[in-house]
Design a protein around this ligand. Structure first.
Ligand code: 13P
Ligand code: SF4
Length: 327
């Protein structure tokens, strides 16, 4: 499946469009269509530099909810573009590559999730934003890695909770909130690739470097981290730290913002299990390219289309999230 997606991506890029100045054309079409470009920090650096706003999942949801643009070009993955559509249903939302999925989203299918909820009737369903609109519609509250702790801490301790779909983020949240939430068995393909052995040898080679990690990593990796947080929290941490060297336990494109804000600091990426694969890159985020952004704006597709009923249901837990936290 993954191999097919990558093959498709290469074929698309090979099309004879290479004489076009994509950055120039995108800016021109953007003005013409009154569009805004939102980009997640896991996008390639050229896309981040082109975007009107770059941020984590929560920042981008807020931007999508408040924009006055007619069209949102979402440079990220499908669940993020769906959130933009749900929060701004009257806008046209474009996703440059409609196959930009997510393993967490795939791990949690509505029929199974419905059964899980029926089996645990008294539980509140808190779901990570990395899931489909259908799963959001079956949930009570949505969270991101930026605000999950704050929201869970507001739920009375006596209320049982199910948390889906990321079991590693769920286990980390159980630990820091002192809860026993029932966890769905999903993982992120990027964050489970990091090798503890490689990390320890990197730490030994760079004794002054601080290791910081995203909570989608397994406990075996997180236990070595000096700071754990969402992508925006990791970016903030390196800017505020007096230290100069950092080992980064998340998708390495995040280092683009870190380097821009801290040109004098050193950032080191953690390799995957065999030491030299590029499996720490998100293959879904990588499907978006400058060429595809240009084509999306030019052709007004691929767009996100969801039924009204689904959007109304999925909006409730998203709105609850936005109301419950200012973070
Ligand atoms: P945040 O940017 O919210 O930390 O999420 C990371 C992620 O995995 C997005 O897919
Ligand atoms: Fe999904 Fe992981 Fe890619 Fe984020 S990095 S979009 S969680 S597969």
């Amino acid at each position: 499946m993954l191999r097919n997606i990558l093959k498709l991506n290469r074929q698309d890029v090979k099309k004879n469009l290479s004489n076009i100045d994509y950055a120039f054309e995108i800016q021109r079409l953007k003005k013409l269509k009154k569009a805004v470009i939102l980009a997640h920090v896991y996008q390639s650096s050229d896309i981040q530099d082109l975007a009107d706003y770059v941020g984590d999942s929560l920042d981008l949801s807020r931007k999508a909810a408040n924009t006055d643009a007619d069209t949102i070009v979402f440079c990220g993955v499908k669940f993020m573009a769906e959130v933009a559509k749900i929060l701004s249903p009257d806008k046209e939302v474009l996703l440059p590559d409609i196959d930009a999925g997510c393993t967490l989203e795939q791990s949690c299918q509505p029929e199974e999730f419905k059964k899980f909820r029926i089996k645990n009737k008294n539980h509140l369903a808190i779901t990570y934003i990395n899931c489909s609109a259908e799963i959001k519609a079956l949930s009570d509250i949505v969270v991101t890695s930026s605000n999950a702790k704050e929201i869970i801490d507001k739920i009375p301790k006596s209320k049982p909770i199910i948390f889906a779909p990321d079991k590693h983020l769920g286990a980390y949240l159980n630990k820091i909130t002192n809860r026993n939430m029932l966890l769905w068995d999903g993982t992120c393909i990027v964050h489970i690739q990091f090798s503890e052995r490689e990390l320890l040898s990197l730490k030994a080679e760079n004794p002054n470097a601080l290791f910081i990690a995203h909570p989608e990593c397994p406990e075996a990796i997180l236990k070595h981290a000096e700071h754990i947080g969402s992508t925006s929290s990791l970016i903030k941490f390196v800017s505020q730290s007096k230290e100069k060297e950092f080992i980064i336990g998340t998708e390495p494109n995040v280092m683009h913002q870190m380097k821009k804000r801290n040109p004098d600091k050193i950032f080191i990426e953690v390799p995957g299990a065999d030491g030299n694969c590029s499996c720490n890159r998100c293959p879904y985020m990588a499907l978006n390219t400058m060429e595809k952004i240009y084509l999306a704006l030019k052709n007004s597709k691929p767009g996100i289309h969801l039924s009204k009923t689904l959007m109304i249901k999925a909006k409730k837990p998203l709105k609850r999230m936005l109301k419950m936290t200012n973070n």
